[in-house]
Ligand binder design. Structure first.
Ligand code: ZN
Ligand code: CA
Length: 352
């Protein structure tokens, strides 16, 4: 049954989000060409470099309307690094029956300090679009291509006055790379400050990044009890919840995990990812977004340490660098790297 999930192509779930007050997320589920549930040992925290694009009107100075302050943007990173490490202050609100599966997902996020050309940056691009509302089509087809940084190496997040609350794309061959990334309505970005109820605690971005890293909603791509989210430790659930339900709520013969970040309830009532979701997200990074593991978008973050590889008996590889001279520990497809050996020799390598 689980395999069915991987054959659902481009299913927009926006039709499921018509209730007043529900998180209105129109993420696009894609076919994933790998198994998200392969058990992998996760020993290192993965840090994902992020590029923020603030879409605002010309007459909005920083701090006005859509033109979010740097502080508002930075507050979003505090939330992400709490939510994905289970350092959120409301972990004690997780019902005890779900504590055994509540996960430190071992994923962190940094505002990029190095742009794709290797130059210093504050990681924030401000983009003027003089319209009261931004359609998803205009954002995807015009604003994104004009502002995106190489999505192989950066998570791009746009904040804009969209009609939905947020949307994201799973990694897929079916989605053009210029559209990849996460969009969050500007009024629901960051913690407090200009963020508005009921999504004023920064979990909208947490939710959308969950999709970006291969997660479905907890109730699955469809309502009902037959097709779930493909994650074994999130209980089967009939449909989404909204507002802030009292605990417990039951459907499909079990207690529902409506406080999971991948449900639709208010920010104040969300507090966990599960171990199964953690595995799925790391599988998605390794198989669907491997470039994130070798990005130099955040130079302050130590790259993955290079392992000494015996290429020939009499010389050892001490460093591999890319064409920009940056140290790279793993190669990707169609990449040229220069291997530097301890005897001073250099070898040009092409990986196909
Ligand atoms: Zn969603
Ligand atoms: Ca499940």
């Amino acid at each position: 049954m689980r395999q069915i999930l991987y054959f659902l192509l481009l299913i927009s779930t926006s039709i499921l989000a018509q209730d007043q007050g529900a998180r209105n997320c129109s993420f696009v589920a894609s076919k994933l060409s790998f198994d998200r549930n392969v058990q992998i040992e996760i020993t290192n925290v993965v840090t994902i470099p992020v590029h923020i694009i603030v879409v605002h009107k010309d007459n909005e100075q920083i701090g006005q309307g859509r033109n979010l302050t740097d502080a508002q943007i930075i507050s979003q990173f505090s939330v992400l690094n709490q939510d994905f490490r289970r350092l959120n202050p409301d972990t004690n609100n997780t019902p005890s029956e779900f504590l055994p599966v509540a996960a430190d997902c071992m994923i962190e996020f940094c505002l990029a300090d190095t742009d794709p050309d290797g130059n210093p940056t504050n990681g924030i691009t401000r983009y003027v679009y003089n319209s009261n509302n931004v359609t998803e089509n205009y954002l995807d087809q015009t604003i994104k291509p004009a502002t995106i940084w190489n999505p192989d190496y950066y998570l791009n997040i746009w904040t804009a006055r969209i009609s939905d609350d947020g949307y994201a794309y799973m990694p897929s061959d079916g989605v053009p790379s210029y559209m990849d990334g996460v969009v969050v309505r500007d009024t629901y970005f960051g913690f407090g400050g200009s963020a508005q109820l009921p999504f004023d605690r920064g979990h909208m971005a947490t939710h959308e990044i969950g999709h970006y890293l291969g997660l479905f909603h907890t109730w699955g791509p469809f309502s009902g009890c037959t097709i779930g989210d493909g994650i074994s430790d999130t209980p089967d659930q009939q449909n989404y919840y909204y507002d802030c339900p009292s605990y417990p709520q039951n459907s499909c013969g079990s207690s529902d995990m409506f406080m999971n970040y991948m449900d639709y309830v208010d920010d104040a009532c969300l507090n966990l990812f599960t171990e199964g979701q953690k595995i799925a997200m790391h599988n998605t990074i390794q198989n669907g977004r491997p470039g994130l593991l070798q990005s130099y978008g955040c130079s302050s973050v130590d790259p993955i340490s290079i392992t000494e590889i015996n290429i020939k008996e009499n010389k050892k590889l001490i460093k591999s660098i890319n064409v920009f001279g940056k140290e790279i520990s793993k190669h990707t497809k169609n990449q040229i790297l220069f291997y530097i050996y301890n005897d001073g020799s250099v070898e040009k390598m092409f990986f196909n």
